[in-house]
Design a protein around this ligand. Structure first.
Ligand code: NAD
Length: 259
């Protein structure tokens, strides 16, 4: 058990989720990590979070499996006593045109990027409602607001999670619980590095040239959003100043969706 507020952050062994976990730990939250990775990666994530002097644990739930999500939520409540903040962050990408999109990839993207957030929310909500407080944060994407070619499953899932965010916000509007989404543009993480690698190979570019081309196509600021900036936005949504912000999005996209 712990007296600190508690954050359950999915997909926090890498990228944005790991930065969010570190941000919450720095702010004094006990953290339940989750995500895939080698034992060394998981140990490293645990050590980075524990370095802030807070309690940290890790749950290996595969978020494509609803019963594993249930086990993760149960384990978090058992370990820390309560869940104050749920950050649905885990996500995967697959690119192909609709007519060529592998059905198993479609199902996996929808399961991990959308359905897992529904399950995690439905499982944490009753105890948040009983306590009259809670923060639900969904890491969506600019692709929840606009589309790009070859990302049908990802764009559908991210538009879907914005819908889920609004409904959950409305259903809990008087309960002391808020539900919001964060919509990043390009953030340099392993998920995006794969797309840079594919572009470099396809167009015969160096890594730096492929990065510039990727940014120039979509993100007018021509620079990546930092993972720490996503953590700061999530922490803001948990601050007293944000207690009447619900059902909306914070977009950190360097102007992507402004044009
Ligand atoms: P990442 O690949 O670095 O991290 C993804 C995390 O999800 C990892 O911890 C991974 O282990 C976990 N994960 C994947 N499949 C899982 C599963 N089945 N069960 C449990 N965990 C699983 O990617 P990222 O860029 O940090 O992405 C994090 C979130 O941010 C995603 O939802 C992504 O869509 C979103 N996002 C990223 C960007 C970007 O530019 N990087 C932009 C907009 C939105």
């Amino acid at each position: 058990m712990s007296n600190s507020p508690v954050a359950l952050i999915t997909g926090s062994t890498s990228g944005i989720g790991l930065a969010v976990a570190q941000g919450f730990a720095k702010a004094g939250y006990a953290v339940m990590l989750n995500g895939l990775g080698t034992p060394a990666q998981i140990d490293e994530a645990r050590a980075l979070v524990a370095a802030h002097g807070v309690a940290v644990d890790y749950h290996p739930a595969d978020l494509s499996q609803p019963e594993e999500i249930e086990a993760m939520v149960r384990a978090t409540a058992a370990r820390f006593g309560q869940i104050d903040v749920l950050v649905n962050n885990a996500g995967i990408q697959h690119t192909a045109r609709v007519e060529a999109f592998p059905v198993d990839k479609w199902n996996a993207v929808i399961a991990i990027n959308l359905t897992a957030a529904f399950h995690a929310q439905r499982l944490v909500l009753p105890s948040m409602q009983a306590r009259g407080q809670g923060r639900l944060i969904n890491i969506a994407s600019v692709h929840g607001l606009v589309a790009s070619v070859e990302k049908s499953a990802y764009v559908a899932a991210k538009h879907g999670i914005l819908g889920l965010t609004k409904v959950t916000a409305l259903e809990n509007a008087e309960s002391g619980i808020t539900c919001n989404a964060i919509c990043p543009g390009w953030v340099l993480t392993p998920l995006v590095q794969k797309q840079i690698d594919a572009r470099a190979e396809r167009d015969g570019l160096s890594n730096a040239e492929a990065e510039r081309a990727l940014l120039a196509e979509k993100q007018p600021s021509l620079r990546f959003t930092r993972p720490d900036d996503i953590a700061a936005a999530a922490l803001f949504l948990c601050s007293p100043a944000a207690d009447n912000i619900t059902g909306t999005t914070i977009t950190l996209d360097g102007g992507w969706t402004a044009r």
